[in-house]
Write a protein that binds this ligand. Structure first.
Ligand SMILES: CC(C)(COP(=O)(O)OP(=O)(O)OC[C@H]1O[C@@H](n2cnc3c(N)ncnc32)[C@H](O)[C@@H]1OP(=O)(O)O)[C@@H](O)C(=O)NCCC(=O)NCCS
Length: 200
């Protein structure tokens, strides 16, 4: 049996479990902070994340909040965190992906791109050539990063966002759904609209 312990029994966790099965895990269990939850995506919830050390297997943190993802991955740093890639994703041979990251269905990652640990490259999003994504970045569903873009640690790129090529986005940002980022962003904050501007 090939066990994966998924921390976070949410909708996101359910998608991660589906990809994990397609990656050969046949014994999937969840841990979740809510002790009243019993199952997620047909897999049992066997405890809270504090019970992780009692269980054998690889670990994946499926929590949308970047801070929580980072905190738990650091706490469990001795565990093996796989990279999960949906079979329909297209990942260039030269792309590098850090541990505990998930690349979801239909995503495209082009050559020369480096993705940090604990990242989410969500359904049908794309990260073009020579991009650098820091740790715990989330590229949401249908977001598109053009070539040679840098995104700092823990930044969340919202659904359907477009980022122009050669733009740098610092860490700790939230780019609101549907925004178009045309200039580099060097101050953490929430940015929305076309062109993306700091949300007041
Ligand atoms: C940007 C965002 C974080 C703001 O959330 P919030 O602070 O709770 O904002 P509110 O919903 O209170 O909206 C405040 C104002 O900003 C506007 N606004 C919110 N999100 C916006 C967006 N993405 N683009 C343009 N305007 C937006 C609202 O219409 C509202 O305007 P008003 O004051 O004129 O009525 C959020 O709307 C967002 O885009 N989240 C991303 C969700 C996502 O991509 N999920 C992906 C899952 S894979």
């Amino acid at each position: 049996m090939n066990r994966l312990i998924i921390i976070g029994a949410s909708g996101h966790g359910k998608v991660v479990a589906d990809i994990a099965e397609l990656n050969g895990y046949d014994d999937i269990v969840f841990l979740d902070a809510d002790p009243t939850k019993k199952e997620c995506g047909g897999h049992p919830i066997v405890g809270t994340d504090n019970d992780c050390s009692d269980l054998k297997g690889d670990v994946f943190v499926a929590i949308g909040n970047a801070e929580a993802r980072k905190r738990i991955m650091e706490r469990e740093s001795t565990r093996n965190f796989p990279v999960l890639i949906h079979p329909s994703a297209v990942v260039a041979k030269s792309a590098k992906i850090g541990k505990g990251s998930v690349i979801m269905a239909g995503a495209v990652i082009n050559p020369g791109t480096v993705i940090g640990k604990g990242c989410i490259v969500n359904t049908c999003s794309s990260v073009d050539h020579d991009c650098v994504l820091g740790d715990f970045v989330h590229v949401s569903v249908g977001a598109h990063l053009s070539g040679t873009i840098k995104v700092g640690e823990e930044t969340w790129i919202g659904a359907g966002v477009t980022v122009n090529n050669n733009v740098d986005i610092c860490g700790g940002c939230m780019i609101g759904a549907g925004a178009v980022v045309v200039n580099s962003i060097d101050e953490a904050g929430t940015y929305i609209g076309i062109p993306a501007a700091l949300k007041k």
